[in-house]
Design a protein around this ligand. Structure first.
Ligand SMILES: [Zn+2]
Length: 193
């Protein structure tokens, strides 16, 4: 039986910050805008404190947003030499081998599907009565999911985002980089890390 004991409050916060970069390869200063959207949650136990839970969700969303903006990095290559900075490599690799990524998610979903089929066949009797083929299918799908995940991790760690075609990297730089005004450039040494 399901007894309601409270509710969950969600609060979404979005924010934007201008990130300044000094290229580690050619020392060109450049900047781009980083945008993030995060969700904060809070439980309202026994429905006693709706306003408090709502406020806490908003506070959590704000905290998460601040750290996402402060530590977040987007893969934006240097507009001058076209290279990604080293701290952008992980973010750039997120787009690699997506087939393996979706393959591992799909296999995980299939694992769950076979579990549901098995439970339905046994009709609530002991789990050991589940047909062998559902157990075997679950195990196979789970192993496939793990294998695809690890293979992707292994493959992407070996890829250098700066090996991507230069035109492709320059196109991203043109799209994302925001021109720097001369007065900003003058104190670039103070502003750019
Ligand atoms: Zn550069």
């Amino acid at each position: 039986m399901w007894i309601p004991y409270g509710s969950t409050h969600y609060n979404t916060a979005t924010g934007k910050a201008r990130k300044r970069v000094k290229c580690e390869w050619c020392e060109t200063a450049y900047q781009y805008d980083l945008e993030r959207e995060v969700t904060g949650t809070s439980k309202n136990l026994l429905f006693l404190d709706g306003q408090g839970a709502s406020d806490r969700a908003a506070d959590r969303a704000q905290e998460k947003l601040e750290s996402a903006i402060r530590y977040g990095v987007d893969p934006v290559p240097c507009p001058s030499c076209g290279k990604y900075q080293e701290d952008m490599f992980d973010a750039a690799r997120n787009d690699y081998h997506l087939a393996l990524y979706f393959g591992s998610i799909g296999s995980l979903i299939l694992t769950f599907v076979f579990l549901v089929i098995g439970v339905n066949i046994t009709e609530g009797r002991k789990i050991e009565m589940m047909p062998l083929w559902t157990k075997a299918s679950m195990l196979t799908c789970l192993l496939l999911a793990g294998f695809a995940y690890l293979l992707r991790k292994w493959l992407t760690a070996r890829m250098d985002p700066n090996d991507e075609p230069l035109e492709q990297r320059q196109a991203i730089a043109t799209e994302r980089c925001i021109p720097i005004t001369d007065d900003l450039l003058e104190d670039a040494d103070d502003v750019w890390e």
